[in-house]
Design a protein around this ligand. Structure first.
Ligand code: CO8
Length: 257
């Protein structure tokens, strides 16, 4: 794994820590590092949920413009799979994920946040897709995930203008889910996913997959995806534990492993 991205595990929660001061600009190394960190978080049984965090000052100010400036069309054709890989790796992580957004989340940085299940933002956070101002468009899923999250009109407003939104507006349009004082962003993000530690991990994974895959297809296909995942859970220990606990009138939450 790259030094620019670390997976730190504590109390069942994995923190994918972006660490490339001053702005966590997403160069190729950090993009590869993100893919590796997501893979490790997916595989490790001591990680039930993931927080993506860029530190106290900034989430990520986007792709590394200095690295991109000299790239040609063919470089981009070769590279553009990677651009979408790191956000795809995050979006497909079969565990709950939250972006803890401090400072700027711009361009590829905003796209990293969009690939998480939820976003917690600092009161002074600023989010946006300013690629248009560089003569390009979002290329790590921004045109697709932003439109799905906030609707096409709002996505076009942000993507076509490149303007930044503050935390209050981001909350109002559904781009972020919670706004907290800057010093509390990381703790609040951990709190948001801590309920999944020691929970029914297979059912959580199936629920996330059913919702995400269902959004990509028509209703009938989505219902079929749900049906298959639902049936599949009858082969899991989670299902046996959860139902037995109810039938035997167990106290408190079921003792999932
Ligand atoms: N890439 C490279 N360097 C950057 C980036 C960046 N995205 N953002 C900031 N920096 C550098 C600055 O050049 C500066 O470096 P130096 O000290 O050597 O001059 C340093 O970070 C500090 O930045 P500023 O002096 O500009 O700090 P300010 O506080 O004045 O401004 C901003 C902060 C508003 C964040 C400003 O730096 C800015 O606008 N940055 C660019 C934001 C942007 O346009 N992001 C989109 C990039 S394109 C993109 O993400 C494409 C996505 C599609 C592919 C996804 C692949 C990852």
């Amino acid at each position: 794994m790259s030094d620019l991205v670390r997976l730190e595990v504590e109390d069942g929660i994995g923190t994918v820590r972006l660490d490339r001061p001053p702005m966590n600009a997403l160069n190729a190394e950090i993009q590869h590092g993100l893919v590796a960190a997501c893979r490790e978080a997916a595989e490790r049984s001591d990680v039930a949920a993931v927080v993506v965090y860029g530190g106290e000052k900034v989430f990520a100010a986007g792709a590394d413009i200095k690295e991109m400036e000299t790239m040609s069309y063919t470089d981009m054709v070769d590279h553009s799979g990677l651009l979408q890989d790191f956000t795809r790796a995050l979006a497909r992580l079969p565990k709950p994920t939250v972006a803890a957004v401090t400072g700027y989340a711009l361009g590829g940085g905003c796209e990293v946040a969009l690939a998480c299940d939820w976003r917690v933002a600092a009161e002074d956070a600023r989010l946006g897709q300013p690629e248009i101002l560089l003569g390009i468009i979002p290329g790590a899923g921004g045109t697709q995930r932003l439109a799905r999250l906030v609707g096409p009109a709002r996505a076009k407003d942000l993507v076509l203008s490149g303007r930044f939104v503050d935390a209050r507006e981001a909350l109002a349009i559904g781009l972020v889910d919670r706004v907290v004082p800057a010093a509390e962003v990381y703790t609040a993000s951990r709190e948001l996913v801590s309920r999944y530690v020691g929970g029914p991990s297979y059912a959580v994974r199936a629920a996330k997959e059913a919702i995400d895959r269902g959004l990509e297809v028509d209703l009938e296909t989505g219902l079929e995806i749900e049906r298959q995942l639902f049936a599949g859970l009858f082969a899991t220990r989670d299902r046996a534990t959860g139902m037995r606990h109810f039938v035997e009138k167990g106290k408190g939450p079921a003792p999932f492993e």
